[in-house]
Design a binder for this molecule. Structure first.
Ligand code: SF4
Length: 133
């Protein structure tokens, strides 16, 4: 089975984008590296054949910062199968009033929330992997 692609949005300069990227990397590098890998959203959006082949027909999890859903939409446009969509804005609703940091650095609270998000993504990835076994 191909590894599940965990694709964060770019969100450069936005704390929600940074949280999306850091949570995705924690999943692909630490929590579920045996079943997940990441792919560069900018490369996917470029639409070249090599980039398209990274997601086309493959199970993906998108991790977006906000409701614009750039990662989810781009994966779908490239033929990827979005098995789950995560949005940082949703998890932040559970942490109203908390300061997660800024677009360049997460605060201590921001890292706690990001790690929580990563745990949820990894749990979903394990569920998806079991489904397709
Ligand atoms: S989903 Fe939102 S934060 Fe992420 S790249 Fe798109 S506009 Fe930026």
């Amino acid at each position: 089975m191909s590894k599940i692609k965990v694709v964060p949005c770019s969100g450069i300069g936005k704390v929600f984008g940074l949280m999306a990227r850091e949570s995705a990397l924690r999943v692909t590098d630490v929590l579920a590296s045996d079943i997940c890998e990441t792919a560069c959203l900018a490369h996917i959006v470029s639409g070249d054949d090599e980039a398209r082949a990274k997601v086309e027909g493959l199970n993906c999890i998108s991790v977006d910062g906000c409701p614009a859903l750039c990662a989810a939409k781009s994966i779908k446009a490239s033929g990827g199968i979005v098995k789950a969509e995560f949005r940082v804005v949703d998890i932040m609703k559970e942490h109203r009033g908390k300061n997660a940091g800024d677009g360049t650095a997460l605060s201590e609270e921001g890292w706690i929330i990001t790690d929580d998000l990563a745990d949820r993504i990894a749990a979903k990835a394990i569920e998806i992997a079991k489904e397709v076994e």
